[in-house]
Ligand binder design. Structure first.
Ligand SMILES: Cc1cc2nc3c(=O)[nH]c(=O)nc-3n(C[C@H](O)[C@H](O)[C@H](O)COP(=O)(O)OP(=O)(O)OC[C@H]3O[C@@H](n4cnc5c(N)ncnc54)[C@H](O)[C@@H]3O)c2cc1C
Length: 402
C-alpha cells in the first residue's frame, strides 16, 4: 500500500463514510482517498433517526418513516401530525452496506482496517500513524472521537452531560403498537432528579424499538437500564409477553464546549468530533450530512482552510441555558419539556431544534416555558462566563441553599 494520499479519512463511521460518498459525487471524485477504521462495519451497531421534508441520498434505505409524533407524561399522550416533515429511521448496517457498495466502485479509495494511534501535521501536510507506519495527506478528516478526552476538556469550564440509552427491539405476540406514531419522549418513568424518558419507535403493530434515555453526568449499570425498560413495558405499555430481538446502547456527549475547530489547516475534525451533534438533543445525522456537503464545496473551491459554519450565537446561548438546567436542575426538565410540547406546535419545536426558527417563534416558545429555571440559569451562566474557577462549587452551594 502506498503511504501518501490526497485525503485521509480517519474513522469510517457516519461522518467518514458520508464525506467519502460526498467527495466521490463531486468534481473531486478522482482524488486518492484512504479510509482508516478499526471496525469494518459489518454489524448493525446503531439506528439513525432524523426529521426532514427534503429528499436525501438515503431515501431508498429508509427502514421506517412516520408522519405523526407523540409526547407523553403523567397528563397522557399528545399526538401530532408533522407532515410535510417525515421522521425517518435508517439502520446502521443498511447505511454502511450502501456506502461501501458505492465507495468500492472507485479504485482510488482504499480502506485500512486498523487502529490509529496518532494524528499530527507539519507545515505542508498531515499524517496518521498506524502501528509503525505513517500515512501522509494534504488533508486529514478526523472523526476518531474520544469521549474521555472531551469530558476532561469540558468538565471544568463548560457544561457537560451524557445522553446515554439502552434500547431493545421487541416483538410481541399480540398487536400492541400504533405503527404510524413514533413517541419521541415519554416521561412516564421515575426521574431520580435527572432527565429520563422513553423513546418508542414502532416498526409494525407487534414490533418496536423501546429505548430508555437519560441525560446525566454518570452512566448506569446495564442492569438498571434493563429493569427500567421491563417496568415501563409492563406498567405503561401493558406488555408482558415479548421477545428481545436486538439491543442498542449508546452514549452521546451533550456540551457547549467549543471542540478544537481547526487544529491545523491540514486536520479537519468531522462528525461528533467536529461539533456535529446538537448539544441539547444529540441528533447529529442531518447536521453531519450538511457538514460534509460544506467541506466538499470548500475543497472544490480550493479553500486553504476549511471553515465550517457554526450555530448562530442565539442558538448557542439557548443550548447553554438548557444544558445548565439539565446539569444543575435536572428535576425541572420533565416540567420544561411538558410545557414545551403541550404549548407549541410540534413542527415549530422541530424547526427550533433545527435552529431554523425566527426570533418571534423563539419568543413564543420561551413564553410557554417556566421562566424561573431559565432566569436562574441565565444568572448562574453569567458567573460562569466570567471564568470563575470555583464555578461548579458555587452553583452547587447556591442550588443547595435554594
Ligand atoms: C447508538 C447510537 C445511536 C444514535 N442515534 C442517533 C439518531 O437516531 N439520530 C441522530 O441524529 N444521531 C444519533 N446518534 C448520534 C450520531 O449520529 C452518531 O454517533 C454518529 O454515528 C456520529 O458519527 P461520527 O462519524 O462522528 O462517529 P462514528 O459513526 O462513531 O464514527 C467514528 C468512527 O471512528 C472509528 N474510530 C474511533 N477511534 C478510532 C481509532 N483510534 N482508530 C481507528 N478508527 C477509530 C470508530 O470505529 C467509528 O467507526 C447516535 C449515536 C449512537 C452511539
Amino acid at each position: 500500500m502506498k503511504n501518501t494520499f490526497d485525503y485521509i479519512i480517519a474513522g469510517g463511521g457516519c461522518a467518514g463514510l458520508s464525506l467519502a460518498y460526498s467527495l466521490l459525487n463531486s468534481s473531486l471524485k478522482n482524488q486518492s482517498i484512504l479510509i482508516i477504521d478499526l471496525d469494518s462495519k459489518k454489524s448493525n451497531d446503531r439506528t439513525w433517526c432524523y426529521w426532514t421534508e427534503q429528499p436525501t441520498h438515503f431515501d431508498h434505505i429508509v427502514h421506517r418513516s412516520w408522519s405523526k409524533l407523540a409526547f407523553a407524561d403523567d397528563k397522557g399522550e399528545l399526538v401530532s401530525e408533522i407532515s410535510p416533515l417525515r421522521y425517518e429511521m435508517i439502520k446502521g448496517i443498511d447505511f454502511y452496506d450502501y456506502m461501501w457498495s458505492e465507495i468500492s466502485k472507485h479504485p482510488n479509495v482504499e480502506f485500512l482496517n486498523a487502529r490509529i494511534s496518532d494524528i499530527g501535521c507539519n507545515d505542508e501536510q498531515a499524517y496518521v500513524v498506524v502501528g509503525q507506519v505513517r500515512f501522509f495527506a494534504k488533508k486529514v478528516f478526523d472523526s476518531c472521537f474520544n469521549l474521555g478526552r472531551l469530558q476532561s476538556i469540558a468538565r471544568n469550564d463548560y457544561h457537560f452531560q451524557l445522553q446515554h440509552f439502552l434500547g431493545w427491539v421487541i416483538e410481541t405476540k399480540e398487536n400492541c403498537f400504533t405503527s404510524d406514531v413514533a413517541t419521541i419522549m415519554d416521561f412516564r418513568t421515575e426521574q431520580e432528579g435527572q432527565t429520563r424518558f422513553f423513546y418508542v419507535l414502532p416498526l409494525s403493530q407487534n414490533k418496536a424499538l423501546v429505548e430508555f434515555t437519560i441525560f446525566s453526568s454518570n452512566l448506569l449499570n446495564k442492569n438498571n437500564y434493563e429493569k427500567t425498560i421491563k417496568k415501563y413495558l409492563n406498567e405503561q405499555l401493558n406488555i408482558q409477553d415479548y421477545t428481545v430481538k436486538e439491543e442498542e446502547y449508546g452514549i452521546i456527549p451533550m456540551t457547549d464546549a467549543p471542540f478544537p475547530e481547526h487544529p491545523s489547516p491540514h486536520i479537519i475534525p468531522i462528525g461528533i468530533k467536529g461539533n456535529g451533534a446538537k448539544p441539547t438533543t444529540g441528533y447529529a445525522f442531518i447536521r453531519i450530512q450538511e457538514q460534509v456537503k460544506e467541506i466538499t464545496t470548500q475543497l472544490e473551491q480550493n479553500y486553504e482552510q476549511i471553515r465550517l459554519k457554526s450555530s448562530k450565537q442565539r442558538f448557542k446561548f439557548y443550548d447553554t441555558l438548557l444544558l445548565h438546567i439539565l446539569e444543575y436542575n435536572g428535576a425541572k426538565s420533565k416540567y420544561i419539556f411538558s410545557r414545551l410540547f403541550r404549548h407549541n406546535p410540534f413542527k415549530i419545536i422541530l424547526s427550533f431544534l433545527d435552529e431554523r426558527t425566527s426570533i418571534w417563534n423563539e419568543m413564543s416558545i420561551f413564553a410557554s416555558l417556566p421562566f424561573i429555571p431559565f432566569l436562574k440559569a441565565l444568572y448562574q451562566t453569567k458567573i460562569k462566563t466570567r471564568k470563575n474557577k470555583r464555578y461548579k462549587e458555587l452553583i452547587s452551594s447556591q442550588n443547595q441553599r435554594a
